[in-house]
Design a protein around this ligand. Structure first.
Ligand code: SAM
Length: 277
């Protein structure tokens, strides 16, 4: 039995997983890729030593990243998923029958190939005719695109080549690429361990978007667990559900939607840096 120790860049704790088997190990122009098999979590995708998803609990992350904005928007038809090479977010977006076009923009083609081979339950939607795969930097793609209803950023942590997706330039291009009711959602690390990053991302979004908010979801396999998702939009309040939930999900539902946002009082204290932990 081999033990894998995660190297999460901002985390004060270190997770380790027993690997029953190493199913794949390789290196691309962008990152190291590894797939291991663990008795509890099933297959685990690891990029540059950081756990991206486990078969067992990926649905918490992918459903919550996708379905909040997809149910707040009145009629999402044109969607872009930036990153998310495993295909989990694409799978969730495609559950919405009204979606006509889905741009799937992943910088590293190898991640898509590995997902097709080892994670078919995640990558199952990639050949849907509504999906157009673009292998390129998401920030470059967004500069050249318009008329999007929803942008979902499903990237690696805020380091290296993923940094381009967490800048004011990117958010400004994202706003320009959206139609007048557009919404963007991005993951912004853990509230327990990365509070300052969360606040900075909210501040950056507020410089660009009139409506900004934050919601959270518990995720066992991301250090800090109390995982945050930040939204920027033009006019729709993401705390409002504007479309009835008709799709099949395991975790997301309309009550979870409403509960996942921080209370307004707690949010204010957080943003004003009145909370010290
Ligand atoms: N849910 C995961 C997490 O937060 O740990 C993210 C999973 S997904 C595999 C992340 C993907 O984002 C990776 O495949 C990576 O190649 C891609 N990515 C990172 N930066 C990117 C960029 N600038 N443009 C497009 N894709 C990017």
């Amino acid at each position: 039995m081999i033990k894998f120790f995660e190297k999460e860049p901002y985390s004060p704790v270190e997770y380790s997983y027993e690997a029953e088997r190493i199913l794949y190990k390789g290196k691309t122009k962008y990152q190291d890729i590894m797939v291991i098999e663990n008795n509890t979590f099933g297959k685990i995708l690891i990029l540059d030593g950081i756990v991206q998803l486990t078969e067992k609990d990926e649905f918490f992350y992918h459903e919550m990243l996708t379905h909040i904005v997809m149910h707040s928007h009145h009629a999402p038809k044109r969607v872009a998923v930036i990153g998310g090479g495993d295909g989990g977010t694409v799978r969730e977006v495609l559950k919405h029958q009204g979606v006509e076009k889905l741009y799937f923009v992943e910088i590293d083609e190898e991640v898509i190939k590995i997902a097709r081979e080892f994670f078919p339950s995640l990558s199952s939607g990639l050949d849907d005719p509504r999906v157009q795969i673009k292998v390129m930097d998401g920030a470059e793609f967004i500069k050249r695109t318009d008329d999007l209803d929803i942008i979902i950023v499903d990237s690696t942590d805020i380091i290296g080549f993923a940094r381009t997706l967490f800048t004011i330039d990117f958010f400004q291009s994202a706003k320009k690429s959206m139609n007048n009711r557009g919404m963007l959602v991005t993951h912004t690390e853990s509230l327990h361990f990365h509070k300052e990053i969360v606040i900075e991302m909210q501040e950056m979004l507020k410089k660009v978007f009139p409506v900004v908010d934050l919601y959270t979801t518990p995720i066992a396999t991301y250090p800090g667990n109390w995982w945050t998702f930040s939204i920027g939009g033009t006019d729709i309040d993401p705390r409002t559900i504007n479309r009835h939930c008709e799709i099949k999900t395991r975790y997301y539902d309309s009550e979870i939607h409403l509960q996942s946002f921080l209370t307004k009082g707690f949010y204010r204290k957080l943003i004003n840096r009145e909370l010290d932990w």
